[in-house]
Design a protein around this ligand. Sequence first.
Ligand SMILES: CC(C)(COP(=O)(O)OP(=O)(O)OC[C@H]1O[C@@H](n2cnc3c(N)ncnc32)[C@H](O)[C@@H]1OP(=O)(O)O)[C@@H](O)C(=O)NCCC(=O)NCCS
Length: 167
Amino acid sequence: MATKIKVRPQKVSDAKSFFEILNNDNFRYFGARPKTIKEEIAFLKKNPRWRKQNFAYNFSILLGKELVGGCGIHINQHRLHIGEIGYFVDESYWGKGIATQAVSFLETLGFGKLKLKRIEILMEPKNKASEKVAVKNGYKKEGLMKKVVFSKRAKDYRDCYLYAKVK
Ligand SMILES: CC(C)(COP(=O)(O)OP(=O)(O)OC[C@H]1O[C@@H](n2cnc3c(N)ncnc32)[C@H](O)[C@@H]1OP(=O)(O)O)[C@@H](O)C(=O)NCCC(=O)NCCS
């Protein structure tokens, strides 16, 4: 039985925890790695505007009072019926079903209040944990998107599997 998570909108005061979680060399296929806590604060300060603009809805994942990860939905600004889910979890908490629950929460929000018709999840083919999260939530693989993300780490464009669910 998975540990039950709580999810709430991200706060600027989460910056130090996110900075520590994200600066992990084992996050091999994840783009966001703040260089400083200040940079993370600047990111978190944008969240209220992004919500108002229907651009992104980002959340903190908590276990009890501890912040253990982050997740969110970005709305496709050309096709407002499409959202893309993203997630990350502190390495100390991997394999406990946390990201799987986070996706379920985001999906309820996406197909419910946000009235989306299609939700996508993209991951690099080697990111097997992320792919498993999509599969466990019933997302279907639609193909391989060539050069769809830019990896700062690899300094190159990377291919990703496209997983999606439609309502
Ligand atoms: C991807 C990530 C969010 C998964 O978080 P998590 O809370 O551990 O995910 P869950 O526990 O819900 O599910 C992970 C599943 O992948 C499985 N898994 C982990 N590593 C795996 C691997 N190398 N190969 C196959 N399956 C793997 C786990 O066993 C688990 O499946 P199970 O429940 O059937 O045992 C976490 O690894 C992470 O934060 N990675 C770095 C950031 C990232 O890559 N984010 C996604 C970008 S697309």
